[in-house]
Design a protein around this ligand. Structure first.
Ligand SMILES: Nc1ncnc2c1ncn2[C@@H]1O[C@H](COP(=O)(O)OP(=O)(O)O)[C@@H](O)[C@H]1O
Ligand SMILES: Cc1cn([C@H]2C[C@H](O)[C@@H](COP(=O)(O)OP(=O)(O)O)O2)c(=O)[nH]c1=O
Length: 213
C-alpha cells in the first residue's frame, strides 16, 4: 500500500513546481509515483463548473461557499476509486491540493478558523460521507502572501492565464494562509510538515525524513 502525500498552499506558492521536483527525486530513488492535481478541470464536469464559477460564469453560485465546496468535493469523489487503485499499485500517490484546500479556502471565505463549523463540515462530507482516502502526510508549502501573489501574477503573464476570483482576492489569500497554518498545527486529517517555500525546500532532506524504507 502506497503513501498518499498531499501538497497544500496558496495560489502561486509553488505547489506544482514542488510536485514535479518530488516526483523526479522519488523516481530517481526507484519509487513508483502516481501524481495528480485537484480540481481536475479537464476531466470532471464538477471541476469544469468550478472553473466557470471562478471566472464569474455561473451567476450567484460562486457566492455560495458551501455550493462551491460541494463541486470541489464531487470532483474528488469521482477520483476516489482511481486514487485507491493508484495506492495499491504505487509507492507514493502525490496530489497537488486535496480535501484541506476545501477546508482552508471555505473557512477563509466565511471568516472562520480551523476549529470552526466549516472545517468540520468538510470532513463530514468528504471523509465520512464520500469515503475519500485520507492522506498519510500533508505538506504545507508556506510562502508570504505577497510572494505567492507575485508568483501567481508572473505566471499569469508568462502563461497567458487569467487569475480567477480567489487568486485575485488578496484578503482571502491572507485569511487562507492563517487557516492553513492552523490546520497544519492541528495535524488535521494526517501529520503535516510545513515547508518554507520562499527558501530552498530541500527535497533531498524531505525524502530522507519521510521516504526511507
Ligand atoms: N521556489 C520558487 N522560487 C521562485 N519561483 C518559483 C518557485 N516555485 C515556483 N515558482 C514560480 O512561481 C509560479 C507559481 O508556481 P506554481 O508551482 O505554478 O504554484 P502553484 O502550483 O502553487 O500555484 C511559477 O511561475 C513558478 O515557476
Ligand atoms: C481543490 C480545491 C481548490 N480550491 C480553490 C483553491 C484555488 O484558489 C482554486 C483553484 O485551484 P487551483 O489548484 O489553484 O487551480 P489552478 O491553479 O489550476 O487555477 O480553487 C478550493 O477552494 N477547494 C478545493 O477543494
Amino acid at each position: 500500500m502506497g503513501k498518499l502525500v498531499v501538497i497544500e498552499g496558496l495560489d502561486g506558492a509553488g505547489k506544482r513546481t514542488l510536485a514535479g521536483a518530488l516526483t523526479e527525486a522519488l523516481t530517481a530513488r526507484g519509487r513508483a509515483v502516481a501524481s495528480g492535481a485537484f480540481p481536475r478541470y479537464d476531466e470532471d464536469v464538477h471541476a469544469e463548473l468550478v472553473r466557470d464559477a471562478l471566472h464569474g460564469r455561473l451567476g450567484d453560485l460562486t457566492d455560495s461557499v458551501h455550493g462551491m465546496a460541494v463541486l470541489y468535493a464531487l470532483d474528488r469523489r469521482g477520483a476516489a476509486d482511481r486514487i485507491r487503485r493508484q495506492l495499491a499499485e504505487h509507492d507514493v500517490v502525490l496530489l497537488d491540493r486535496y480535501i484541506a484546500s476545501n477546508a482552508a479556502y471555505g473557512a477563509a471565505r466565511l471568516r472562520q478558523r480551523a476549529d470552526g463549523d466549516f472545517v468540520g463540515w468538510v470532513r463530514a462530507l468528504e471523509v465520512d460521507r464520500f469515503g475519500l482516502p485520507t492522506p498519510d502526510l500533508q505538506l504545507l508549502l508556506r510562502v508570504p502572501t505577497a510572494v505567492a501573489a507575485e508568483r501567481a501574477a508572473r505566471r499569469e503573464s508568462s502563461e497567458r492565464r487569467e487569475r480567477d476570483l480567489y487568486e485575485s482576492d488578496d484578503d482571502l489569500q491572507s485569511r487562507c494562509a492563517t487557516v492553513y497554518d492552523e490546520l497544519a498545527a492541528a495535524h488535521w486529517l494526517s501529520p503535516w510538515e510545513v515547508l518554507d517555500g520562499a527558501a530552498d525546500v530541500g527535497v533531498t532532506a524531505l525524502l530522507d525524513r519521510h521516504f526511507t524504507r
